[in-house]
Design a protein around this ligand. Structure first.
Ligand code: DOR
Length: 466
């Protein structure tokens, strides 16, 4: 048996709306008590001492309860990332499920949705199950594979959604992420097919005819730098098309990495009309802008590109008002020898798991763009509403910081200021755009089913029994 009392923290539980100083008692896999002053009767104000026997379930002796002092920290549901590139199978030299899971645990995540653009592509049950099972073996986060929409991401023949859905991984989200599904007929069929499983289709929103050779956001800076621009219309045309198609067949559409103000407007209007659409935004699109690209550092090259200040403002507003449902990292590790090339040749993508909370806290919470409870909602219940991630993210009867819920938890220190060192991250790759940058806010502990996967900032791997 294990028993921990997280004592003196501020519980932020978006599912129930609770924002209060409460102690949280975790026994084995579950949260058994959430109440004030369980720790030595003093709770948040005094020393975090041993709990009183009268506050504990009958079978529990106070000496068996380890008190973990979390004063000054927020206790929240474990974060859920809808959009992670774990690169396994096939590109394990950039990342694998072990290193990506460690990065997730260090970032406060208990659930990661692994994108399908691996090698081989996740377009068959055998691949989805491998990814799901490997996640369980590593045991640091739960990994939920995203299935490909089309076989081999080729944009032609649909992947076997039924087989993927019926697999142990229970795939209910499909995406060819990285490659837009340009053929409207295939997209329409995918949306229709997905309704049979109440699954969600996530199309990489980019009209490819408008982005041939594109290197960065189209605007004044792309003209100054002489780099071919990536117009905002490329994203918006595709989103508009997909919204029309999804509405036509009453299917569920998820828009990944929204990057423009125009896309926000399209989604807002569609939601008002009752279209079944959800959307995500990345931490980097909430913070970084295209004027930073004048250093030509390819670490800033990403798809979709970082945009203008006006776009960032619109994305922040959309996250605050719920037009955008959740924050997703688009964590995209790349080998240094590929990424550290001149701009034109470098692949798109940046790391995001370990810095997500710091970026959100620094850019949105401390600037009072988002209140803490809403920000945590966008990292937890928001993403968890897009697809089935079981008891992660704080929704449903088994989720949240609530008595009886599975203890999938993040404990974050909102005042911890740290300088990002890409070499010290758990990810195998190094392409963090925040290297050398100061962020405020950092996960301290993460618990997966009542086990610490991050403790005092240190990732806790499962002991391998020989
Ligand atoms: O920048 C990106 N990198 N955007 C994507 O959509 C794909 C990702 C990758 O796989 O590297």
């Amino acid at each position: 048996m294990s028993a921990y009392l997280l004592a003196g923290g501020r519980v932020l539980d978006p599912g129930s709306g609770i924002d209060a100083l409460l102690d949280v008692l975790v026994v084995d896999e579950r949260i058994v008590r959430v109440a004030p002053d369980l720790a030595g009767g003093t709770g948040g104000s005094g020393e975090a001492g041993a709990p009183h026997a009268s506050d504990l379930p009958e079978h529990l002796d106070p000496v068996d309860v380890e008190v973990v002092d979390v004063r000054g920290c927020w206790v929240t549901p474990g974060f859920v990332d809808l959009h992670t590139h774990l690169r396994e199978p096939g590109e394990e030299d950039a990342e694998d499920i072990d290193t990506g899971s460690a990065a997730g645990a260090a970032g406060g995540y208990t659930a990661l949705c692994a994108m399908a653009n691996t090698d081989p592509v996740c377009d068959a049950a055998v691949i989805a199950d491998l990814v799901w099972r490997r996640g369980r073996e590593v045991g640091l986060v739960d990994v939920f594979p995203v299935g490909a929409i089309t076989k081999g991401l080729k944009g032609q023949e649909l992947a076997p959604f039924g087989e993927l859905n019926a697999s142990a991984a229970g795939v209910d989200m499909f995406s060819d992420d990285g490659i837009p599904l340009a053929d409207a007929l295939v997209m329409r069929r995918a949306l229709q097919y997905a309704t049979a499983f109440d699954a969600v289709i996530c199309n990489h929103a980019e009209e490819p005819d408008l982005t041939v050779d594109a290197q960065m956001n189209e605007g004044a800076m792309s003209s100054v730098l002489g780099l071919p621009g990536w117009p905002h219309e490329a994203e918006e045309i595709m989103v508009a098309r997909d919204l029309i198609l999804a509405a036509g067949v009453d299917a569920r559409l998820h828009v990944p990495h929204v990057s423009t103000a125009g896309t926000v407007e399209l989604i807002r209007a569609a939601k008002q009309r009752g279209v079944r659409v959800t959307a995500e935004v990345t931490p980097h699109h909430l913070l970084l802008t295209d004027d930073l690209v004048d250093c030509y550092d390819p670490v800033l090259k990403v798809n979709p590109p970082v945009r203008s200040h006006g776009d960032v403002r619109a994305l922040r507003e959309a996250l605050a008002d719920g037009t955008i449902d959740g924050i997703a990292t688009d964590h995209a590790p790349h080998l240094p020898e590929l990424k550290d090339q001149e701009w034109d040749h470098a692949p798109c993508g940046m790391l995001g798991l370990e810095t997500a909370f710091g970026v959100v806290n620094t850019a949105l919470i401390r600037s009072q763009t988002l209140d803490p409870l809403t920000a945590i909602a966008r990292l937890t219940v928001g993403p968890a509403s897009v697809r089935d991630v079981g008891d992660h993210g704080g929704g449903g009867p088994d989720g949240g910081v609530a008595e009886g819920a599975t203890a999938n938890l993040a404990v974050v220190d909102p005042d911890a200021t740290w300088t990002v060192d890409a070499r010290a991250l758990h990810s195998r790759a190094r392409n963090s755009p925040y290297h050398g940058r100061e962020l405020t806010g950092r996960p301290v502990h993460t618990l997966l089913r009542g086990r610490f996967t991050l403790r005092d900032g240190v990732v806790q791997r499962l002991e391998v029994v020989a």
